[in-house]
Design a binder for this molecule. Structure first.
Ligand code: FAD
Length: 479
């Protein structure tokens, strides 16, 4: 006998919890299915512990600038790898406790602590329980991709972000396979904490940075801290107990392999086919662009299990929209916010709006303005490592389309630019905004000016608003 439900939410991660909050506003007839562990991937093994770990690494790395700042004794600083990981876990545990606390009001009554899957008769099975939901939000997240056979071959010498923060200490030599956001962040953190890192990635652009100019700068910055091999490598267990990483042009011995080759959605075994759902060739639900539901079904997808970018703020948005629409039986059509993506390596990578790979086919209609942070005032004060900002604007109107930044604290500049893109601002209106001295925003202003010069519209001789441009009479002060 199956219980009728208004909404089933499969997965109690970020997207599932957001969906629940929306569903619970309208009905009590819902259940959240998840076997645990609870606390969200973000807090347990992803966004937060990775940034906590990176913080230790970046702070320790700052000692290289101490001499120039008149601070002595940096050579006596050392890293206690086990302690860095322990502190990371402590912080993580506090965050997970916060999530568990927020689940308390409904956990006893509405959480089903089992894996859920649809049966051929269309009922949702979870342990011994059966349900017949009118709508279902699939928010089952994703898992690290590991090539076939590697786990069996490498045993506990293979680690992914799932187990990384549980390590008892830092090993001397680590291979990082894959330089997307996860590989870059954890790889650089390890290198900065004194681990000998060899990173492998054959892709022409790493860190999601498709702008060729910034890509070259990123590679230069990374090579100063680790060995970067632009090739596919195969791990082989070596006779002396370690792992030999072999690639076409060489090999190297490591103690451990961190696999960061992307993530796959957790959609297998859910029995979606029993509800008319199917997966495309990439194992993703064939949800039309601008939607979260599969037409013809009442299946809504949110978070890493869905069609959108695998990012926390997108998972939150999608969960809310999916929950809102599922409980109302509506199609989940929605407009995403302006794209925003970051990697917290140093220099940081930040992308706002359209990216280079989306624009490169129309370079004759796109103006690209660039400015470097190398000799910028604030950068010199910080003894920082440079970088650049690239602004993409529509030549005909000077409308800002996108930006790619490789620079310390790029996260803040990228937010400013995302807001401007969202409002449809053009370069002229942005140049009317103030930039304090000495700040990184001064470099941004130079890039905006460089882009405006390439646009098909007149650049103002003076960016500042002249009195005669204002509605206020300068002589009398009256409006
Ligand atoms: C190392 C790392 C760092 C990251 N850093 C950032 C960052 O800085 N910024 C950012 O925006 N994003 C970051 N991300 C991405 C971000 O963490 C994810 O996009 C986000 O956590 C996805 O949330 P979710 O709700 O889709 O999945 P999750 O939080 O993983 O939730 C999925 C839930 O579904 C459950 N589940 C799975 N299968 C079933 C089933 N059959 N039945 C019932 N329950 C099931 C699981 O137990 C889990 O609780 C990072 C990711 C990683 C790996």
């Amino acid at each position: 006998m199956a219980d009728d439900l208004e909404v089933a939410i499969i997965g109690a991660g970020t997207a599932g919890l957001s969906a629940r909050a929306e569903v619970a506003k309208l009905t009590d007839s819902y259940r959240v299915f998840d076997p645990g562990p609870y606390g969200t991937t973000c807090a347990r093994t992803a966004c937060m512990p990775s940034k906590a770990f990176l913080q230790s690494a970046h702070d320790f790395h700052r000692r290289h600038a101490f001499g120039d700042l008149g601070i002595v004794g940096a050579e006596y600083l050392r890293v206690d790898g086990a302690r860095v990981l322990e502190e990371t876990r402590l912080l993580r545990d506090g965050l997970v406790d916060g999530v568990l606390e927020s689940m308390k009001p409904w956990r006893e009554t509405h959480l089903v602590p089992h894996r859920a899957a649809f049966s051929p008769d269309g009922t949702l099975r979870a342990g011994d329980l059966r349900f017949r939901p009118r709508a279902t939000v699939i928010a089952t997240g994703s898992r690290p991709v590991v090539p076939e056979g590697w786990k069996e071959k490498l045993g506990d010498r293979l680690v992914t972000s799932d187990g990384f923060f549980e390590m008892g200490g830092l090993l001397a030599r680590v291979a990082v396979v894959g330089l997307g956001a996860v590989g870059l962040e954890l790889g650089q953190a390890l290198a900065r904490l004194g681990v000998d890192v060899t990173a492998f990635d054959p892709a022409p652009s790493i860190g999601g940075l498709t702008d060729p100019d910034l890509q070259a700068r990123l590679r230069r910055a990374l090579r100063a801290e680790m060995t970067v091999v632009e090739a596919q490598a195969e791990p082989v267990k070596s006779d002396c107990g370690g792992i030999r990483m072999e690639w076409a042009a060489g090999d190297t011995e490591v103690d451990c392999v961190l696999v960061a080759m992307g993530r796959a959605p957790n959609l297998e075994g859910l029995g979606l086919e029993n509800l008319g759902g199917s997966l495309d060739g990439n194992g993703r639900p064939p949800v039309p662009a601008g939607r979260l539901d599969l037409p013809g079904t009442r299946l809504y997808f949110a978070g890493d299990a869905g069609p959108g970018p695998e990012l926390l703020h997108e998972a939150t948005d999608e969960g809310r929209v999916a929950g809102y629409c599922a409980v109302r039986g509506e199609d989940a059509v929605f407009e995403r916010r302006t794209p925003l993506r970051m990697v917290f390596c140093d220099p940081q990578i930040a992308l706002a709006g359209a990216t280079w790979d989306e624009l490169e086919h129309r370079t004759d209609s796109v103006a690209v303005g660039e400015a470097s942070f190398e000799r910028a005032g604030r950068m010199r004060l910080q003894r920082g490592s440079g970088g650049a900002v690239r602004i993409y604007a529509e030549k005909s109107s000077a409308r800002l389309l996108g930006a790619a930044i490789l620079a310390p604290e790029a996260e803040h500049l990228a937010h400013l630019l995302a807001y401007a893109i969202d409002r449809g601002d053009d370069l002229k209106s942005l140049l009317r905004m103030p930039a304090y001295h000495p700040t990184h925003e001064e470099v941004l202003r130079r890039a905006l000016r460089a882009a405006l010069e390439l646009c098909d519209i007149d650049a103002a001789e003076l960016e500042a608003i002249r009195c005669k441009d204002t509605p206020v009479d300068c002589e009398t002060g009256r409006g």
